[in-house]
Design a protein around this ligand. Structure first.
Ligand code: HEC
Length: 134
């Protein structure tokens, strides 16, 4: 059993190395087509108002910052991680879970309108698919 595990590891790491070296021009935080992360201005305006405050590198909201950090897209987040973060964004926005309800009690102006929910959801879906490849 142990031998199989070791063999598996060697094969997988060999494959990963081959794959990596055969596409040296594509860095790990780009999409399979070599694109990087994109956030249109209208999406940025909404994210800045409703999300960024808790989800960036300097945020005092440690829990929020660790779960999602918008500053890490195109940098620390790999393409795979970016895709899964986009999926989470889509899910929380569609479920109406973010921004947190307690926060909205004191900051009602940070709530997402229905139009803004759709804007963020459509963007997160498209961006996630871009990172996953077709
Ligand atoms: C007041 C601070 C705050 C704001 C504003 C906020 N979040 Fe969060 N967010 C959090 C915290 C705290 C967590 C971690 C929750 C937990 O672990 O239970 C979190 C978690 C998340 C997660 C991870 C969910 C998961 O499944 O683990 C996503 C995705 C997310 N937020 C997206 C957003 C988006 C999109 C917005 C804007 C529409 C937003 N957040 C606005 C505090 C915030």
């Amino acid at each position: 059993m142990k031998k199989i595990a070791i063999l598996f590891f060697v094969v997988v790491s060999g494959f990963a190395f081959f794959n990596f070296t055969s596409h040296p021009q594509i860095s790990l935080n780009q999409t399979p087509d070599g694109e990087t992360w994109a956030m249109p201005e209208n999406v940025k305006t909404v994210i800045d108002n409703s999300c960024y405050g808790c989800h960036h590198s300097e945020s005092k909201n440690v829990k929020g910052r660790l779960k999602l950090n918008f500053d890490h897209f195109g940098k620390e987040y790999s393409a795979v991680k970016s895709a899964s973060k986009m999926k989470e964004i889509l899910e929380v926005v569609e479920a109406g879970d973010m921004p947190p309800k307690k926060f909205l009690d004191n900051n009602p102006d940070k709530a997402l309108t229905d139009d803004n929910k759709k804007l963020i959801a459509d963007w997160a879906k498209a961006e996630g698919e871009k990172f996953m490849g077709k």
